[in-house]
Design a binder for this molecule. Structure first.
Ligand SMILES: Nc1nc(=O)c2c([nH]1)NC[C@@H]1CN(c3ccc(C(=O)N[C@@H](CCC(=O)O)C(=O)O)cc3)CN21
Ligand SMILES: CC(C)C(=O)C(=O)O
Ligand SMILES: [Mg+2]
Length: 263
């Protein structure tokens, strides 16, 4: 049976951990489904891992559409979230047009990065039939404002503000929330406060699910890996076993361990 947002919502209600990986092509999308990964993200991280760029800023809506079509062909019944890239949702009308392209390319939901400035856009998208995943914490599309990829909301005041933003985005109609690079304690607090599922990447073990960039969890970035990732291929001997190891460790609460989390 096809995975839907209702499936993920039910998993949160039942306390079952949600597993997710980025996917950019049909072959991996098919493998991820076969290995029981709950949903896939066509991330703008493709700028880094597919295109060889040093940020997600140059990625276009055309790029995301191309990869979303490929992922959809590989996983006809999979739940596919697609990133709206940098500056493709800066105005609500622009967000609607670009979200329509991603949905028509095969996405089930679109993801956008940011806090309360997106409330109206999210409300407008959902009203028009586009499910929305929000994204708080480290926002890679804002790397030039932040001055680097750094842990966010370490201070109490920022943590409180991030929680308040999460609640506003849920209120605006977001049905899923990615939390990136924040202290584990804040990941737990937000996940308990919201009724929508939270998906963490460097947000500790207590979010409702976990996502990693597929290349990172297969050990393909040899030069540098963020602290929150782990090479699941090491010692596994096959792609299939590596993906199943990731799924099992997330489902059993073994990943992320403290060494993959911030405090
Ligand atoms: N291959 C890849 N993996 C990713 O997770 C990823 C991308 N690309 N591209 C887009 C963004 C960028 N991301 C990043 C990149 C670097 C760090 C990083 O270096 N974090 C430091 C934090 C240090 C600190 O502030 O204490 C770390 O050591 O983990 C985090 C997220 C996550 N996304
Ligand atoms: C790291 C995840 C959450 C993402 O946004 C991406 O892959 O682009
Ligand atoms: Mg992204």
């Amino acid at each position: 049976m096809a995975t839907t947002i209702a499936t993920l919502q039910k998993m949160k209600a039942e306390g079952k951990k949600i597993t997710s990986l980025t996917a950019y092509d049909a072959s991996f999308a098919k493998l991820f489904i076969e290995c029981g990964i709950d949903f896939m993200l066509v991330g703008d991280s493709l700028g880094n891992v597919v295109q060889g760029r040093d940020s997600t800023i140059p990625v276009s809506v055309d790029d995301i559409c191309y990869h979303t079509e490929a992922v959809r062909r590989g996983a006809p019944a999979g739940f596919v979230v697609a990133d709206l890239p940098f500056m493709s949702y800066s105005q609500p009308e622009q967000a609607y047009q670009n979200a329509a392209r991603l949905m028509q390319a095969g996405a089930n939901m679109v993801k956008l990065e940011g806090g309360e400035w997106l409330e109206h856009t999210i409300q407008g998208l959902v009203t028009r039939g586009v499910p929305v995943c929000a994204h708080l914490g480290l926002l890679p599309q804002s790397v030039n404002v932040l001055g680097g990829y750094k842990v966010q909301a370490k201070e109490q005041a920022q943590a409180d503000a991030t929680l308040a933003q999460a609640q506003k985005l849920e209120q605006a109609g977001a049905q899923l929330l990615v939390l990136e690079c924040i202290p584990a304690s804040l990941g737990k607090r937000i996940s308990e406060a919201l009724s929508i599922p939270t998906i963490g990447i460097g947000a500790g073990a207590d979010t409702d699910g976990q996502i990693l960039v597929m290349h990172d969890m297969l050990g393909l970035n040899s030069d540098y890996l963020p602290k929150f990732t782990k090479d699941f291929l090491a010692g596994q001997g096959s792609l299939r076993n590596a993906i199943i190891a990731f799924r099992d460790e997330v489902q059993q609460g073994q990943f992320p361990a403290p060494e993959h989390s911030y405090r």
